[in-house]
Design a protein around this ligand. Structure first.
Ligand code: T4K
Length: 400
């Protein structure tokens, strides 16, 4: 078979794709995700206690209610809300007094994970990832630990749990804190309890693109209450009472408008997960027979998944076209799949790693494509998306 980059100039391929576009193009864009939102009436009702009190932020009652409800949901002794996940992560670095050293982390994540290190003059030391989970591979961590290492910052990518036991064993041997980026891990359980029970602190993101969202928002959770009070002060400029500034804190507070949105979501986030599960299982059934596509696995004996993403892995040779071309062609059908996570964080100019040093992550960044997955995506739409993917592969094989 010829090189799949020939596809765009091959007239037979083009003609066949155009014919498929005629019959399978969506009228409205199908995005990688859509936020789970209440009706405006429901939202207004949830917000009304704040309106009545004319109290919009700074520890409002809706904020407190959401904070307590989430702590109870995950059964953790400490959970603090933030204005977004990035500021939560930054505040965690401050709370753990991490500055001017090295942090061992993964290159296969959203830019925010690694960018926060820059703000504390911490140098990311990248370890390669596990080829299946795409999470930091514990096997590579110990060799990277030096006298300058201050912490380990793993990410539960796509909500798939990291190898938390191995990571904790390494951290304990070296006396290092573990700060999890759990932006994708809302409601994920490992061995019967929330994943947030692992590590020193875990950050959640409640961005509009997340399973549970407050438009913008985030949280820090911990299996112990040691940092519960300091975090409250640090996210409020580091002030204590009216007379003392205890640390160079930040404005990381979540407003009542955001908390109200979160409270409405809590009531039916289970339905959102169920809606996503139906689509993810359907994708798995329909796409299983397509050569060159590696499909995600979900729930297992030890893991309760949250179906936050549907990461499809594309082997270009076997499928008929590579991931980038598949993404481009899907756009012709108004299907907007996303290359989470490309580019790797290790390609940023401020922490550049030579190509070839992180081979497993580099391959994943070339091959992963997240398909549309959200609770209101209909099975009919998912069926059309599967048809398109199957037929694009077949056309590539037939015409090249
Ligand atoms: N760590 C990790 C591992 C993360 O994934 C993230 C965030 C963070 C840390 C930082 O947490 P935050 O500070 O954000 O709380 C999005 C999000 O902006 C970002 O929050 C998220 N990760 C990342 C994975 O995805 P983009 O550039 O893909 O967003 P955007 O605007 O292209 O949205 C994607 C699609 O979602 C759109 O095509 C349509 C749909 N969408 C989006 C928005 C904002 C809607 O339907 N409605 C909306 O309101 O980054």
């Amino acid at each position: 078979m010829s090189c799949k980059s020939d596809i765009n100039i091959n007239p037979h391929f083009k003609k066949n794709v155009q014919e498929l576009v005629q019959t399978h193009r969506f009228d409205a864009p199908v995005y990688v995700t859509r936020p789970h939102i209440p009706t405006l009436e429901t939202y207004a009702k949830a917000l009304s206690p704040a309106w009545e009190r004319q109290w919009l932020t700074n520890d409002g009652i809706l904020h407190t209610e959401l904070e307590l409800a989430l702590a109870a949901r995950f059964d953790v002794p400490s959970l603090r809300l933030f204005c977004n996940g990035t500021v939560a992560l930054l505040t965690a670095l401050l709370a753990l007094d991490l500055e001017d050293g090295e942090v061992i982390t993964t290159p296969f994540t959203f830019a925010a994970t690694v960018n926060t290190l820059y703000w504390r003059r911490l140098r990311p030391v990248f370890c390669d990832i596990d080829p299946y989970s795409c999470n930091l591979d514990p096997a590579g961590i110990e060799a990277k630990i030096t006298s300058k290492t201050r912490a380990i910052l793993p990410v539960h990518v796509y909500g798939r749990p990291c190898d938390v036991e191995s990571i904790q064993a390494i951290a304990d041997r070296h006396g290092l804190p573990v700060l999890y980026d759990a932006a994708h891990a809302f409601d994920v359980e490992y061995k019967g309890r929330s994943l947030l029970h692992y590590g020193t602190l875990s950050m959640l993101s409640f961005h509009a693109t997340k399973l549970f969202n407050t438009a913008e928002g985030g949280a820090l959770a911990s299996p112990n209450a040691q940092l519960h009070d300091p975090l409250k002060k640090l996210k409020n400029f580091g002030i204590e009472g009216e007379d003392t500034i205890i640390a160079p804190g930040i404005n990381g507070k979540m407003s009542e408008l955001h908390a109200a949105l979160g409270l409405t979501q809590l009531e039916n986030v289970g339905e959102e997960i169920e809606g996503r599960r139906r689509i993810a299982i359907y994708y798995n059934e329909r796409l299983a027979a397509v050569s060159g596509l590696a499909l995600p696995k979900f729930d297992s004996d030890t893991i309760k998944s949250n179906y936050a993403y549907y990461p499809l892995r594309v082997d270009g040779e076997a499928y008929g076209m590579n991931r980038n071309l598949l993404q481009l062609h899907l756009q012709e059908f108004n299907v907007h799949a996303r290359r989470y996570f490309h580019p790797l964080c290790s390609t940023s100019s401020w922490c550049l790693v030579e190509p070839g040093r992180l081979p497993i992550a580099e391959k994943a960044a070339q091959e992963m494509l997240c398909l549309p997955l959200y609770g209101t995506l209909s099975l009919e739409s998912a069926a059309v998306i599967c048809d398109i993917i199957m037929q694009l592969g077949a056309i590539a094989h037939k015409t090249l």
